[in-house]
Design a protein around this ligand. Sequence first.
Ligand code: AMP
Length: 287
Amino acid sequence: MEVIHSIADLRSRISEYRRKNDGSVGFVPTMGYLHEGHASLLRKARSQSGLVVLSIFVNPLQFGPGEDFERYPRNTERDLEVAEAAGADLVFMPTVSEMYPTPTRTTVAVSGLTSRLCGASRPGHFDGVATVVSKLFHIVQPDQAFFGLKDAQQVAVIQQMVQDLNLPVEIVPCPTLREKDGLAMSSRNVYLSDEERKQALVLSQALDKAKEFVQSRPNFHAAELENLVTSHIASAPLAVIDYVEVLAFPSLEPFENSTHTDSIILALAVKFGKTRLIDNVILQLRK
Ligand code: AMP
């Protein structure tokens, strides 16, 4: 495994690989502080690609004022161990000035899909994501890029961007990895106090309740499902709900009644103290 800091070096390393090999280039973009969820994306890339490129870059563009850019957890030494064990070949770790040597005057903005959920709560967040991912795609020029469905709205946004801009990359969505007790793995879980960590279990429990509810009912209203989930989360005194929303997936359009909808997403964002956690479940309603 090789660690690379400059765009020029990464480009020449990848071109060299392409000159000498027929294999595909798989890419896993991350912000580091790697956990098993990230490792699962790397292992999937390892199983499908000849060269596995991991990027670790805490992208300032996707953090709003007052968000956790400064205190976002970082641990390069451990990240490199996880990356190597999971099969990364190249780890790209640029500085902010390498990625943004001058103020960015070009922004990639995906409309519609970004108006709800995290797009509504974090204005500008998905512009930052789409801009950095399109820069990284231009630098790495991967054949496949692996993204976690833990950030399902991000997957929908990136898929739309790739389609609209005719980017020659296949987006591979990967399932959410969870801790044994159900909490979705996240770099931000490290912020939680013991009590917040305990109470945060209501999130995956609420998603399980929603799954059961949907299985037992052929037709339901989005609001019924939202109410069920909201009331379970509200049973945790420290939980402050940002949103609980049920939308059609992958369009992320609202719907009232499930009768005409094939696939839905139940997505939530909830704060415990200063830590904002997101989670979701995607449910197929018809075979
Ligand atoms: P991040 O470092 O949080 O920006 O995440 C980098 C990639 O890892 C994104 O595609 C995430 O969706 C994915 N990811 C984060 N958490 C998980 C998880 N628990 N399971 C699977 N993928 C994840």
